[in-house]
Design a protein around this ligand. Sequence first.
Ligand code: ATP
Ligand code: MG
Length: 206
Amino acid sequence: MPPARRTRLGIMGGTFDPIHHGHLVAASEAAAEFDLDEVVFVPTGQPWQKSDREVSPAEHRYLMTVIATAANPRFSVSRVDIDRPGQTYTADTLDDIQELRPDADLFFITGADAMEQIMTWKNVEHLWGKAHFVGVSRPGHELTDFGLSEEVSLMQIPAMAISSTDCRERVAQGKPVWYLVPDGVVQYIGKYGLYLDHSGNMQRPT
Ligand code: ATP
Ligand code: MG
């Protein structure tokens, strides 16, 4: 018998506040291009404080991510970042997932903007060897590999000019987010009254 092929596991990290179709297309395209068996979505932990805005409670972001990915048998959601106290660092995410899935080769999927933040000199030395990095195109952002390593691949995906920031603003202004986010996420946002104001005064799910 030929040796078993190692699992190819995509990791899609994000705040997912809320998850939208840009995230889902990025994961799906990377999975097809890199022959990934699965993609795990990993919502970030709750930042202690964020200068610009209040991030929704982790449990809301986690549940919206579950709802959005539930129908795809190759997509799942991990709690590793939301259950780890403190700020989320990509190196910790990769270590935790690798410990849970020692059988898997990891592919970290990131949009052009986040790629820029992750690929700082301070960070990269902690990241090399832990995963292959897949940078996907995103409207409004330049996709560059910074010439850092062959562990980074870039790919063009269908342009989805959607951001969570725009979705939050639309809800706050009473505009629809239908078809920008999955139907179940539209309903979840309405059910808990998320994003109605910018004060961060949101109900927690019970
Ligand atoms: P926010 O506006 O709150 O920053 P966001 O839309 O940028 O939200 P994040 O949760 O910050 O979403 O992003 C998670 C990951 O998904 C990042 O790697 C980001 O670059 C990528 N991403 C987000 N939206 C898109 C998109 N429309 N196309 C491609 N990649 C995207
Ligand atoms: Mg973002």
